[in-house]
Write a protein that binds this ligand. Structure first.
Ligand code: S3P
Length: 168
């Protein structure tokens, strides 16, 4: 079983993913970290020196390489499901869980977590909130294709376990 965690930046994919993996005794994989490892640069540097297109290509490759892992909890990046064939790939290759969170909650969480996130590093306050609202409305059609949708604000590993092993 591969469990893909999806959702907007800041919704808790990586921290929840790590806890879920520990509980299931599955390996944990973070797509962003793998892209950084393979390209040998941190995400802001990749965006700056190679451009977003190169980042998206590496992100797709890393995602597709998860097909070789039998069991894993995989935290995707906020944009992963919205590019190329990535959403179809995840739907075909595992359980998909969308951690749905309101723009206000995301804005609170992201206000002090903008460093290392090139899409929002120069936005704060109202500008950050309007960016989140507009980007989320573009992206949600992808996220909403997930097999399970849970409230990100209160998501717990046990809840994901019972949903995923029941709703795939
Ligand atoms: C991105 C989200 C980031 C990272 C990159 C682009 C996006 O991941 O992949 O900065 O397009 O939303 P997180 O969702 O883990 O912040």
């Amino acid at each position: 079983m591969r469990i893909y965690l999806l959702g907007f930046m800041g919704c808790g994919k990586s921290s929840l993913g790590r806890r879920l993996a520990r509980k299931l005794e599955y390996p944990f994989l973070d797509i962003d970290n793998e892209v950084e490892r393979i390209l040998g640069q941190e995400i802001p540097d990749i965006f700056r020196t190679k451009g977003e297109t190169a980042f998206r290509e590496a992100e797709r490759q890393v995602l597709h390489s998860t097909a070789t892992v039998q069991k894993a909890v995989i935290a995707t990046g906020g944009g992963t499901p919205c590019y190329s064939d990535n959403m179809d790939f995840m739907l075909e290759n595992g359980a998909t869980v969308y951690l749905k969170m309101s723009p206000i909650s995301l804005a609170h969480r992201l206000e002090h977590a903008r460093r290392k996130r090139p899409l929002i590093e120069n936005l704060k306050g109202d500008k950050l909130l309007s960016f989140i609202k507009s980007k989320l409305s573009e992206r949600e059609e992808y996220y909403l294709r997930s097999g399970c949708i849970i409230k990100g604000e209160s998501a717990k590993p046990d809840q994901i376990i019972s949903l995923v092993f029941g709703c795939r």
